[in-house]
Design a binder for this molecule. Structure first.
Ligand code: SN0
Length: 319
């Protein structure tokens, strides 16, 4: 593994999940592995779990960590090639990334989509430029189209709670007041497909995701039908992919409630957080016994630690 930007960077998914579960049981087993190695965490957007869990994961491995909220604390970055920088941008991404690569052995980057131009967002222009110029292994801390550390933690959480080999996992759209990225949903679909779960995606008409990520997953516009006999229900809002970045008028009545859960197989309920209580997901579910949200957040540490451990082992095998 040279980088971690999607599930395709993982060669053996079940071994990866097993490794994470082993690290959770013994977090300091490799506390010397990251000695004298520096992790840089670069944020172009806000973060709570990603920042803290990745920092903790690195500390568990004995790494040194530097964090920069480059959108707020850094120079305004220029992303376009050959730009004449006579406007508000101060530093080109190729210079900034190259410098960061001189200070760090591994770098994480968070770069949300602009949600204005689909082609631009889905080309992952920022992440790709960063990877090209930083010249050290890169971990995606959520890019324009994917959030692999979250999906990995989600898969670990499902592994810890599943009662059958191939549980029914329902990804359900939820209401929101702001246009949100498709990244968490795209990524979750990709990981569930690769892990061979029985995945059903349900959302109002107009919110179909790119089939590049959803593959052969069943899609239903009827939430109640989709929820039937579900073992896990993953709740997430996303803005429209086809009417790019828009909030459509459909979607009233899509918030998950205890009443709707009655049709499931006493499903565990998941959400990546942050969650808008009472809008995306009901208080009763979040505070109830079926919620897995804290376990998912806890598992972010071991997802990140497994990724960092693998990248560190590759670094030392190169020498
Ligand atoms: C991000 C998203 O991709 O949906 C990060 C999730 C891990 N979520 C938000 O930006 C939520 C913002 C809001 O106002 O609720």
């Amino acid at each position: 593994m040279k980088q971690f930007t999607s599930v395709s960077d993982v060669t053996d998914l079940s071994a990866f999940v097993e490794q994470a579960i082993r690290l959770k049981a013994d977090p300091f087993a490799f506390s010397g592995l990251g000695r004298n190695k520096t992790l840089g965490l670069i944020f172009l957007n806000p973060s709570l779990r990603t920042r803290l869990s990745t920092q903790k994961a690195a500390a568990n491995l004995g790494m040194h960590v530097m964090v920069m909220n480059i959108d707020k604390e850094g120079w305004a970055l220029e992303m376009k090639d050959h730009a004449i920088m006579n406007g508000s941008t101060v530093e080109h991404i190729r210079d900034a990334a190259a410098v960061i690569g001189k200070y760090c052995d591994i770098v994480g980057l968070r770069s949300f989509p602009g949600l204005k131009n689909r082609e631009e967002d889905y080309s992952e222009e920022i992440l790709k430029k960063f990877i090209r110029y930083v010249n050290v292994p890169v971990i995606s801390l959520e890019s324009a189209t994917l959030h692999p550390l979250q999906s990995f933690a989600d898969l670990i959480s499902i592994e810890e709670n599943r009662k059958s080999k191939k549980p029914k996992v329902v990804l359900t759209w939820a209401p929101h007041i702001k246009p949100l990225p498709q990244a968490v949903a795209n990524s979750f679909a990709e990981w569930m497909t690769k892990a061979e779960m029985n995945l059903v995606i349900t959302h109002p008409k107009g919110y179909d995701l790119d089939t590049k990520y959803t593959g052969n997953a069943a899609v239903s516009y009827k939430q109640e039908e989709a929820l039937k006999d579900a073992d896990f229900v993953y709740v997430k809002n996303w803005s429209s992919y086809f009417d790019y970045g828009k909030i459509l008028s459909a979607g009233k009545g899509w918030m998950l409630t205890n009443k709707k859960l009655e049709q499931t197989n006493r499903a565990k309920v998941m959400h990546c957080l942050p969650v808008r209580r009472g809008l995306e997901l009901s208080h009763e579910i979040l505070d109830g016994k079926q919620s897995l949200v804290l376990q998912q957040a806890e598992n972010r540490v071991y997802a990140a630690q497994t990724v960092l451990k693998t990248l560190l082992e590759n670094l030392s095998s190169k020498k």
